[in-house]
Design a binder for this molecule. Sequence first.
Ligand code: FEO
Length: 400
Amino acid sequence: MSDHGFEAVRITDDVWWVGATDWEIRDFHGYATSRGTTYNAYLVMADKVTLLDTVKAPFRHEMMARIASVIDPKKVDYIVSHHTEMDHTGSLPETIRELEPEKVFASPMGVKALKAHFELEGVEPLKTGDDLSLGNRTLKLMETKMLHWPDSMVSYLVEEKLLFSQDGFGMHLASSERFADELDPAVLRSEAAKYYANILLPYSGLITGLLGTMQGLGLQVDVLCPDHGPVWRKGFDVIDWYGEWAQQKPTMKAVVTYATMWRSTEKMAHAAAEGLAASGASVKVLPVPPSHRSDVMTELLDAGGLLVGSPTINNNMFPTAADLLCYARGLKPKNLVGQVFGSYGWSGEACKQMGAELDGMGVERVGEPLRVNYVPTDADLVKCRELGTQVAQAMKEKAG
Ligand code: FEO
């Protein structure tokens, strides 16, 4: 038992999980992490003892204690940093100072990023196709530029058929169980979808390419070790899910999301949702607040329709609608049809502003923006319902 009560978890004969569990985190740079997360680091007990990634800075003591439960940390020969984002490198400089490894490796872009972040010198580059010999083990490197940073790479432990996939195939899920097959499959899919929608969605084309490359290389994966969430050792559902999500096929699911001040826009949202549902769409109605932007994005991952509503306040859309649209635009959801709606008192700029945002996202707009002065009448609500019907019809056509 280590001094701190933290122990490593054995993944295979020679590979140990030496990461950290962050039970408390509820906001990960704007993404609501309601189930916490883990920062996974792995120790390969090869001839050259190798640490793969580190953890967020405040968790260094936990990682060090887990390493110490396997081996004297001073005996770590190599450190490989797959990705510079600070949830994986925050403790790297101090770890290097303490362990004094023989060598530290990163991708060529990672070498630059580590210098920029921490003024780290002497990190050796590894590029796609390079094999890093650990003596009795071999680590094959593959850069995965823009999945999801330019420096990102993954590595494959040849003898154990084990893929260290970094952020890829990960999820924000803190658990005492270390393996996916010990956890509820519905929770796994839900958290993997949330991670994909909020981190990887803009890079779906690259994901399709990576899955094709893995298949083309005949890369057999017996164990999949991401840097967040559980390790997969059988039933690699997450790889199939990625194949599905990367396509972003048009579907008959619609998201109606809105901000409201005095519930007029809310009434419009409900009427539009009725029209969508009556025309065969499956509908999620998500007011912001209380719905979090990252949960709206998760619902958009497999949606074909998007209706966004907001009242006008001080010549602008409501701030929570602006927050959502700014966030969504960056994540570039595809294959959506939709429109905007909202109540207004006198100036009514919100619909124009939201419409421009939807156009920027590439949403195919159906019909006209629907504005209602102050409080919707019954006749206005009929129009909202008709907008829902129109959007559902367009979704049907797009989904084929
Ligand atoms: Fe888990 Fe992109 O860091």
